[in-house]
Write a protein that binds this ligand. Structure first.
Ligand code: SF4
Length: 577
């Protein structure tokens, strides 16, 4: 059901967030005044507007119950997200962010699944200094959250060839072109004196987004087929750049991806983007704006759980989506041509860049940059980027790549990381290397159960089972989230664990490692401690019945998810006898 019809069915009552946006005076609201007030939290309308500025207001859920019982207020804290198109940042910028983290977020940072960086646990009275500091480093949090185009992802490998250079440049260009047109962010967080020359007066209404911006977020990613580490089909707009040697042929637009859903609400579901049209190189930005306009004009503004472009794509159908693009561009578009299969590459360890330099991919579990006991990831990154000429690139797998490393510095780089107790690639299982988890508890208000904090336990459990069946070094993509909103992309990959109720997960199987197929729910409400035991009969089957080179998710699909479920149920019944 498209926006107008659904709005009609529900009495045309648009969501209250629409009202906040309309009355926001171009995203200003009362943020500036509330920032100065001696309070610990923002009012709801400004909390919603803060998201456009890259900030989420939440509270520490670990201490909330105890504080409530003691009659005290829960502890409000903030997450601030830095946008880094294609995961790009200089070493100096990273070090500035790291210094801010030491001052305002307990020395901890988190690499996001969209190549950004997050501060967690920032107090309200430190928000201005944090965001101001980010801008002083010539980075921004503007548009990292909220109902606008989010961070544009792009294949992270810092390879110096025509393909990778063009994709990176396109990601940055698209990102810059899609910022909302308002002075609000600079007024509040930066200070106008930094901006020269003086800006032009703001137009009445944002020329791209209109008065109420987008119905919800809009995710864009751009990739080459052979290096799809951004999982392009999970985006609202996935762009596949096609080259003939060094020559850019054009872009295939895949539209309508998005993995969020709500348990027991059938009108919400995960969806992979569908290939819709081929776009000539010169039409890239107008075509991106055309798709954004379709989302802006057609997506649901009543029910925010249903306000994603994927539902419009299903409601209108691909031919009409293509026709809408053509109407915006005022020209016909070709159908997508055949192109090579999408593949996910492993960028961990050393790789030549193609310009005489090297890059080193370092997997970081859940993207957590922090010092914990003898494993000092934060110090390791700080030392590498201070002591060696290198720059960081953040990947959609929440890992870091050190780029532009001289041959002479390779040994030293690894030695620094080892001195800080960082686990180097090769020492971990492939299950662990490719695992993703969302933040969930204690910082996410929507979490139904744990994700990141229990990832290690879940990994040990599954690793033990895999090893017992002789498949301990299989390349398996595991994703864990604390709720079905999909932040760590649990609907793609071989195994998805989605929080159901506290301590319990639904288990999804049958996606593929290259993330071109959705997985499906096979087990409901499995207690965390029984995940390995539940998967064991499936893993045993995989070990004995798989075809040569067949991935775990592919095997599950070929064998049949119903048969897999029945096998597991039989095994449970036998064990109980
Ligand atoms: Fe929070 Fe759910 Fe996203 Fe995890 S998937 S971070 S629990 S909203």
């Amino acid at each position: 059901m498209v926006a107008e019809n659904r709005a009609e069915a529900l009495g045309n009552k648009v969501s209250k967030v629409e009202g906040f946006k309309a009355a926001s005076r171009r995203l200003r609201g009362g943020i500036s005044e509330e920032l100065r007030a001696p309070t610990t939290a923002f009012a709801e309308s400004d909390h919603q507007l803060l998201k456009f500025h890259g900030i989420y207001q939440g509270y520490d859920r670990d201490s909330a119950t105890e504080l409530k019982q003691a009659g005290a207020e829960k502890r409000t804290e903030f997450m601030a997200r830095i946008k880094a198109p294609a995961g790009l940042m200089t070493a100096q910028q990273y070090l500035a962010v790291d210094a801010l983290a030491q001052s305002y977020s307990q020395g901890r940072l988190r690499i996001t699944t969209r190549q950004g960086l997050q501060f967690h646990g920032v107090a309200k009275h430190d928000l201005y200094a944090t965001i101001h500091g980010v801008n002083q480093a010539l980075l921004t949090t503007f548009g990292a959250c909220g109902d606008v185009a989010r961070n544009v992802t792009a294949t992270a490998a810092p390879v110096e060839d025509a393909v990778h250079r063009r994709i990176r440049a396109d990601a940055v260009m698209i990102s810059n072109a899609l910022f909302p047109q308002t002075r609000a962010y600079h007024e509040i967080w930066v200070g106008d004196e930094e901006i020269r020359p003086a800006p032009k007066a703001e137009p009445e209404v944002d020329p791209l987004y209109g008065p109420t911006y987008l119905p919800r977020k809009f995710k864009i990613g751009i990739t080459a087929p052979e290096d799809n580490s951004i999982e392009v089909l999970t985006n609202d707009l996935g762009i596949v750049a096609l080259f003939d040697g060094d020559r850019l042929q054009g872009y295939v637009f895949a539209i309508g991806g998005g993995l969020g859903m709500t348990h027991n609400k059938a009108h919400t579901y995960p969806r992979l983007a569908s290939y819709v049209a081929f776009v000539e190189p010169d039409d890239l930005l107008p075509a991106v704006k055309a798709v954004l306009a379709i989302h802006r004009d057609h997506s649901d503004r009543v029910d925010r759980k249903h306000a994603r472009l994927k539902y419009v794509v299903d409601a209108l159908g691909l031919p009409r989506i293509k026709a809408e693009m053509e109407r915006h561009l005022d020209k016909p578009l070709a159908d997508p041509p055949a192109f090579p299969a999408l593949r996910i590459k492993d960028h961990s360890g050393w790789h030549p860049q193609g310009d005489g330099k090297w890059y080193y991919g370092l997997p970081i579990l859940s993207g957590r940059i922090e010092d914990k006991g003898k494993v000092r990831v934060a110090t390791g990154l700080r030392r590498v980027l201070s002591e060696i000429a290198a720059r960081p690139v953040f990947t959609p797998a929440q890992d870091v790549i050190f780029a532009d490393v001289d041959l002479a510095d390779k040994e030293r780089l690894e030695a620094i990381l080892e001195e800080e107790g960082v686990i180097l690639p090769g020492a971990e299982t492939l299950l662990r290397r490719f695992a993703l988890a969302c933040p969930a508890l204690p910082s996410c208000g929507l979490a139904l159960t744990e994700a990141e904090r229990v990832l290690d336990d879940i990994l040990v459990d599954i690793e033990t089972v895999l090893k017992r069946h002789g498949v301990g070094d299989e390349r398996i993509a595991l994703r864990v989230t604390g709720c079905p909103n999909g932040c760590a992309r649990p609907s793609v990959g071989d195994i998805g664990l989605v929080g159901r109720i506290p301590g319990h997960y639904a288990i999804y199987l049958g996606g593929d490692f290259d993330t071109t197929r959705l997985n499906a729910r096979v087990f409901e409400r499995v207690p965390m401690a029984e995940i390995g035991r539940t998967l064991e009969p499936v893993i045993a089957l995989f070990a004995t019945e798989r075809h040569e080179g067949e991935g775990f998710g592919d095997f599950c699909r070929r064998w049949g998810l119903d048969r897999i479920a029945a096998t597991a149920e039989r095994a449970t019944a036998n064990a109980a006898e």
